[in-house]
Design a protein around this ligand. Structure first.
Ligand SMILES: *Cc1c(COP(=O)(O)O)cnc(C)c1O
Length: 524
């Protein structure tokens, strides 16, 4: 079939493309990529260093005695290896990325431009503070925006991810309780919480108790009240929660928590749904982290660098960690140690002030949108998610009704008796060129599919996506299970043994012991 420009609109027939193996192992311009060490030659290097003369060693016997073990490649070989790997990545710049809870927004290019200005990009945290007044002002101005948006009096800027912000918030809660001489031992976490919530509480030495979800996907208020007592240090609640629903009883929750002498931690990963609409401080929240890489459009960057500033209520503000920035009219100063502080910092979370490159990007995002623009971000994020829900709900199964916040949740009831699982469905989406939605999370519904489009996607993108999703759902119901159970077919690798990869990761390449042992076997 030809398209209007006379080019074939299909990449040949299916059989033709599968009928021969190439000599090279490559498939067209999809190049097969091995492990860099398998390609390497010992004694080879891409840089040209002079042979060192003989000098007395100053390393005190700590000199390396063995080969350094770097892969020996020429510069072009090394460049190609990493560029080819990067091209195998799916990214927000490649296509739609509807990963629920993770908020994969477009990263505006303006953010990147500002972050690369030499005055921001080329400074060092050990420079004297008089020489980095502008950078400190950026941090302080972003702090101001975050406090205004959340209605909270203080913010700790240094935590480097959402989970790190949770740790900071719970450490502040623990410090406040200890200052009252109160050694409470328990943190309550709803069933639908992100795994980082109980992990954080455990890291802080607390026992975790789970609050079951009510039938409507919200926190079970009576169950919460029944579990609140003078052993409970904090409740960790996500709002909007991970089912994409606003916790309507949040004020009653806060009142009950405070009446029990405990603190309310809010997981703010979904703040993008309510920014400019509701101020968490007005809801009685004591601490909440904000993932700048979610709500404020900074890159997720392969797990880092992130930034997770945590806003704190008046009760917790004195315990915010060092370093923090003050300005009493004579320029910016940094309070570096607990001794310099006139309050009671919980200590230090990070080496320096936090992720400067993320702060410049997030402030650029905030200032380029303005207060009204940020409110519209939240409104459009919610609108887009409801659009997807409305387009899919007749073929998919939506357990919690037909309204949602910034993400919509389906379970696997629509796949009943098809022999197809949520995982199979997700793999079939990869063949269609889509990064799957979040699957099997939250745990409160069976075979969860959590879709978050974000406000940065156009209606056309969402229409195309929903069209593909509908077609897949119809195929599944029609009994075409091979398309799902055999998927993915068009990726460089097919199904991986994910359990094996998670339980027994091979993280280190070791040279094969002899020609007939593969490197992976040798590493075991
Ligand atoms: C992303 C997320 C977290 C953890 O944040 P990181 O920045 O990835 O550490 C915690 N809770 C929820 C609900 C999230 O979506």
């Amino acid at each position: 079939m030809m398209n209007k420009q006379g080019r074939p609109s299909q990449p040949q027939s299916d059989n033709a493309s599968k009928s021969f193996e190439t000599f090279s192992g490559h498939r067209g311009l999809q190049q097969e990529e091995g492990i860099i060490f398998d390609r390497a030659r010992s004694g080879e290097t891409g840089v040209d260093l002079p042979i060192p003369g003989s000098r007395p060693s100053r390393l005190g016997g700590l000199e390396r005695t063995e080969e350094i073990g770097l892969a020996g490649l020429s510069e072009p070989e090394a460049v190609r290896h990493y560029v080819r790997l990067s091209q195998k990545n799916y990214s927000i710049d490649t296509g739609f990325y509807p990963l629920g809870s993770c908020t994969m927004k477009h990263n505006p290019r303006l953010n990147e431009k500002v972050a690369r200005l030499p005055g921001f990009a080329d400074i060092h945290p050990l420079q004297p503070v008089q020489t980095v007044q502008g950078a400190l002002e950026v941090i302080d101005t972003l702090a101001h925006w975050l406090k205004e948006l959340t209605g909270m009096p203080a913010v700790a800027m240094s935590p480097k991810a959402g989970a790190h912000g949770e740790l900071c918030g719970l450490m502040a809660i623990r410090a406040a309780l200890e200052a009252q001489g109160d050694a409470r031992k328990v943190v309550l976490v709803p069933e639908s919480a992100h795994g980082t919530n109980p992990a954080t509480a455990a890291q802080c030495g607390y026992a975790i108790k789970t609050i079951p979800a009510a039938d409507d996907g919200l926190i079970h208020l009576d169950e919460l009240k029944a579990q609140l007592n003078d052993e409970v240090a904090a409740v960790m609640l996500t709002n909007p929660n991970t089912c994409g629903l606003f916790e309507r009883d949040i004020v009653a929750v806060a009142d009950a928590v405070h009446a029990a002498g405990a603190y309310l931690y809010c997981d703010g990963a979904n703040f993008n749904a309510i920014m400019g609409k509701v101020r968490p401080g007005d809801l009685g929240i004591d601490a909440m982290h904000i993932n700048l890489h979610k709500t404020f459009s900074t890159p997720h960057g392969g797990g880092g660098p992130g930034a997770g500033p945590v806003v704190l209520s008046a009760a917790l503000a004195p315990y915010a960690p060092v370093p923090y920035i003050v300005n009493e009219g004579d320029g910016y100063h940094v309070i570096e140690t607990e001794e310099q502080s006139d309050v009671s910092p919980l200590g230090r979370m990070t080496a320096f002030y936090g992720q400067m490159g993320m702060f410049t990007r997030a402030l650029t995002y905030a200032m380029s949108h303005g207060a009204d623009g940020l409110r519209q971000v939240a409104e459009d994020a919610v609108l887009n998610a409801n659009y997807v829900l409305a387009k899919l709900k007749d073929l998919f199964s939506a357990p919690f009704g037909d309204r949602c916040m910034h993400e919509c949740l389906f379970d696997d009831a629509f796949l009943k008796d098809t022999g197809i699982t949520t995982l199979d469905f997700a793999k079939a989406m990869i063949d269609e060129g889509y990064h799957p939605m979040t699957v099997y999370f939250p745990l409160v519904v069976h075979g969860a599919m959590l879709i978050e489009p974000t406000e940065t996607e156009s209606k056309e993108t969402l229409d195309r996506f929903c069209q593909v999703m509908r077609s897949l759902a119809l195929e599944a119901k029609d009994g075409q299970s091979d398309r799902f159970t055999q998927a993915p077919q068009y990726t460089p690798r097919r199904r991986l043994d994910e359990t094996q990869a998670a339980r027994n990761p091979v993280l280190r390449w070791l040279p094969p012991k002899s020609d007939d042992i593969s490197p992976l076997q040798a590493a075991e």
